[in-house]
Design a protein around this ligand. Sequence first.
Ligand SMILES: Cc1cc2nc3c(=O)[nH]c(=O)nc-3n(C[C@H](O)[C@H](O)[C@H](O)COP(=O)(O)OP(=O)(O)OC[C@H]3O[C@@H](n4cnc5c(N)ncnc54)[C@H](O)[C@@H]3O)c2cc1C
Length: 400
Amino acid sequence: MQLHYDEETERFRVELRAFFEANLPAPDERTERVRSSAHIPEWARRWQRLLFDSGWLVPGWPPELGGRNATPVQQMVYFEELVRLGVPRSCNPQGLSIITPSILDFGTEEQKERYVLPTLRAEISWCLGMSEPNAGSDLAGLRTRAELHGDHFVVNGQKVWTSGAHDADFCFCFVRTDPQAAKHAGISVLIIDMGTAGVETRPLADLTDPEHADFNEVFFSDVEVPAENLVGELHHGWAIAGGSLAHERGMLWIAESTGLERIIQRVVDTARDPLPGGTWLAEDALLRDTVARAYVQAQALKLLGYRGFAKFAKGQKSPEHSVLKLLGSELRRNLALDVGEAMGPAGIDTDRDDAPAIGRRDDQAWLMQWLQSFSGTIAGGTSEIQRNIIAERVLGLPRR
Ligand SMILES: Cc1cc2nc3c(=O)[nH]c(=O)nc-3n(C[C@H](O)[C@H](O)[C@H](O)COP(=O)(O)OP(=O)(O)OC[C@H]3O[C@@H](n4cnc5c(N)ncnc54)[C@H](O)[C@@H]3O)c2cc1C
């Protein structure tokens, strides 16, 4: 195994860095706050449009879709650089990374024409309607009903934890179209215009930012959806659920270890300065030990990611991703708590901004980093579900 990049890939990295250096929106341009994961402020819209026009939005795709036909290794470098610099690619990650690829894979020509380019150019935003009050880990248990009446569906039911639903233009919504069929059959996907009569969003406040909710409950009451908004085949939405969530997953989890390195670097930076009261984190033996251990674990995760990526690039299955998701998200959470505790009162001082942000928020107090870090252990499959996957699919233990 050779752990270095060839010259062409290094040239790709240099070009990418030069692009970011010359074009990344400066902090004083980013004055309008990003309210939710489907809210795109004007500066973010311009930035995403520039990425699209320059072929840096989805480098693995062809130029007409905002890419440059980058090789898998180049795409990996792209995600490493994005995370290393903390660059937001899109303010509507679900729309860009999950829904657009799903429409490209499963949508009709009309749907591709109507939704793909406007999403890539940040002209429209999306939310993802999967989870329901009784269908999260067990997504196939979803009960939101859609009945076909001639040229339209009538949708009734409820979604929950729908990120950005109150700001989204459309919902990529998983519904039950055949209640008689077995659990995983009888599910379909509809594109629902969030402005349709009968759609109601109720934002759910969360601990980390009670005044700016991201999650929502979404209620559908006799919502009429044109039949042409069906994505893929009727009753075959389960294939889209698997396909959608797999997009870019491998690349993103490799980028995750770069994110961990960035956090560890911030701990080291914080430790170099005295805290109020004159104490130095750098003198805290327990924390030194924690950080060193976290660094070693992050390096191990990175190598595991490379191994998974090598399989992914050859078109093979790479169960390493579940291990990366599980260990990466839990390492991030534990590290944030250890640093916050070692800092004492300074760790909960929300005027400090030592901790790198997760997602859309600006840099923040370590306590906030800790509170937010729980989301990584839940979204996209909880830690317990990852352990089940590792037990059954990686180790071959019998299903419970
Ligand atoms: C930041 C964030 C953003 C999200 N955004 C969206 C979104 O935009 N759209 C959307 O549809 N959803 C979204 N979700 C919801 C997310 O997909 C669900 O929270 C997740 O799938 C878990 O489902 P649940 O919350 O219903 O928990 P449950 O599935 O009810 O699980 C509750 C607990 O039981 C455990 N458990 C469940 N089943 C098993 C099992 N078989 N074995 C062992 N333990 C088990 C779980 O690990 C968990 O600890 C988001 C979640 C987060 C945190």
